[in-house]
Design a binder for this molecule. Structure first.
Ligand code: 5GP
Length: 119
């Protein structure tokens, strides 16, 4: 799947749509999900244009991959979730219901999250 430069997260990265960063560096941006599914629901995205984890894991540089992993851990700690715990989720493609075709990790926590998947 070709990367769509007009997807909503690409527009957020270009600041065509306002965003309040929770964390940002040269490689990643983290911001609150507009429709939170948990008391804490943060989206962490790479600044590079990757459609999904499949694209990212295949084509991103080692630096981008490390920076993404480090950022997810940092945001979780910064949000105070280290002890209580949290869930990471990334949808890939149609069966997952991925809505936005720019790789992102959902970081959810702040309360018991229940079963992994809805029935
Ligand atoms: P997906 O289903 O692709 O894994 O998740 C996309 C997520 O992006 C959804 O949880 C949705 O609420 C969130 N989202 C969609 N549009 C926007 C937006 O314009 N701003 C923010 N902050 N989140 C968005």
């Amino acid at each position: 799947m070709k990367y769509d430069r007009e997807n909503i997260f690409a527009r957020i990265l270009r600041r065509e749509i306002p965003v309040q960063p929770i964390y940002e560096n040269d490689y990643v941006l983290a911001f609150a999900d507009i429709s939170p599914k948990a008391p804490v629901h943060v989206l962490i995205i790479p600044k590079g244009g990757y459609v999904s984890f499949d694209d990212f894991s295949l084509n991103a540089s080692a630096t981008e991959i490390v920076e993404m992993a480090r950022a997810v851990g940092k945001v979780a700690r910064d949000m105070g979730l280290q002890e209580s715990g949290y869930r990471l989720l990334s949808n890939v493609g149609p069966d997952s219901g991925q809505e936005v075709p720019h790789y992102h990790v959902h970081l959810c926590g702040g309360a018991p999250l229940g079963p992994l998947l809805a029935k």
